[in-house]
Design a protein around this ligand. Sequence first.
Ligand SMILES: [Zn+2]
Length: 698
Amino acid sequence: MSFKPKFPDFFLVPAAICAFMTVFTLSAPAQSPSTDAPQTDTRGIAARNMDTSVRPGDDFYRYANGGWIDRTEIPPDRGRVGVFTTLDDLSNKRTAGLIEDASKAGADAAPGVRKIAALYNSYMDEAGIEAKGLAPLRPHLESLAAIRNKRELARALGESLRADVDALNNTNFHTPNLFGLWVAPGFNDSEHYAAYLLQGGLQMPDREYYLADNPRMRDIRSKYQAHIAAMLKLAGFTDTDARAARIFELEHAIAEKHLSLAENEDIHKANNYWKDSEFASKAPGLDWAEFFRGAGLSKQKSFIVWQPGAFTAESALVASTPLDTWKDWLAFHLVDAYAGVLPKAFAEERFAFFGKVLSGTPEQRPRWQRGVAVVNGLLGDAVGQIYAQHYFPPEAKAAAQAMVADIIAAFRKRIEALPWMDPKTKAEAQAKLTTLYVGIGYPETWRDYSAFEVKADDIFGNIWRGSLFDYRHEVERLGFPVDRKEWSMTPQTVNAVNLPLQNALNFPAAILQPPFFDAQAPAAANYGAIGTVIGHEISHTFDTEGSAFDSQGRVRNWWTPADFAHFNAATARLAAQYDTYKPFPDLAVNGKQTLAENIADVAGISAAYDGYHASLQGKPAPVQDGFSGDQQFFIAFGQNWGSKSREASLRQQVLTDPHAPGEFRAYTVRNIDAWYPSFHVQPGEKLYLAPADRVRIW
Ligand SMILES: [Zn+2]
């Protein structure tokens, strides 16, 4: 599971092309920032971003970030701003500089550099895109129009399958294709890559958008139907209102059978082993042999089906829904996926719905920023290799490694001291820490892009080929031994991730910089900021999901029933605590959906706090701006979460993200005993919890 919230702005490039979060998170004008960072203007905590007129015990989020919140406006081209978007800006600006250098490189440049330049330039060639009009799309629309029966439909549905979902690492459960493929170490054989299939078929981000019965969602649904009709019209279809109504009805029927995000996160329900021969009886309707042939998966003998009920229902819908409706659905999904690289009218119509209506963002990002996102999505490692050389010196790597070692040592002590955990369970937990692979900055090996053909004047084809290149890369490794040191984020990504099936962590170079990490800053700020991120990721090793995997990444229950009972009771109280948070009168945080991330936040602060105190080696902590070491530690944590969102964007996050909104993540401190004396928090203050009500997990 990753650390950072998903940015629900809208998909900048076809969602199908990439499983990295990078493509969803690009943000902000990097060349002329119209807002300043929540921190970055100083070493250590940023006192000027605080609002010390608020009592920390009443609203710790505002106490840490109020000054910044008051003077910050959300720029028109984004749904939210905060520390993460500021660092995304920096990473994107640097990446754009590297791409610009690459585009000046001559024919003697390295092949990876030339590919970066060609891909970026082809995206930026707006005149060429306009001149081509619908030509790149036409052969694909014609082949969909030529589908004559359900057998050919099954093949086309198989051909649209992409490796665009990720259930446990970057946690992306959404694909607009009928289903999504995730290739990862097997639940039942963690030494080899297995094929996971996940539900799909919805263009809007989650089933809630189709099913929730309230005025806002009803309005979104009617605008969505208009968007479908508008896209079909642009693509040359007639009778578009009727077609749109049928497509919407089909997606609505799919949504009714989808599992919710909270249900998707329960891996104990996900390990459904289906042989290829069983699909026809377990999920009748779709011609599965033809589907797998289209997907290039005919040789694959078994799958893990994440949501069996949805597969049965979606397959039945293939049989019961008229062929023409499915053909229109495929055409609409194709056009929507490639809107960003078709003539401007397509990109604008897509943004009008996904940007303005769904995220409330008034303006589209500048094209160069979207171009950087495309390059990061399709050639992420080629860019990342250059990025790491330029922006991640060996000293930074060594300093970050030392912090990780401190926090792992703190975790070891915490586990050893747990009064409720069985000694055997403790021994397994320690074994997990021993085999944990911690990647810092960048991966040990880089991906080979030589089989991905990039043409200077063909952005549509580049994305088409890139998405297939990615997909085939995943399919080709099915059954092969797992590389436990493989990364799932690029170095230029501002995020961090725990990979439970590999028992591994990745901390990319782009998050290991101020304000999260600064070798010159006081230890209190570093441990409070990046230290809590590191602790958060380590703790996923032992949370509701991590506890299901052993030290080799195998699915194995290594907890005693009594351990589990204690853990479940403690975490149920945490879920209930988050259920009480209401960003809007009609919408509360979902404590169950965000539970794993909230557990990780509680555990992350606890371990980072211990690591911080160990790092002092008995010496007094330096005071900064009148704040004690412990105060700086907690303020730095609170300042990780400074952010401002548009209403639509925040509502989308609450519905579709396993992470709670930043404000409530900052409130995690109320569960930490040391926070109370640090800020003299007293009974009666809004965030005060009696000692018995504080949730202590690790
Ligand atoms: Zn996480």
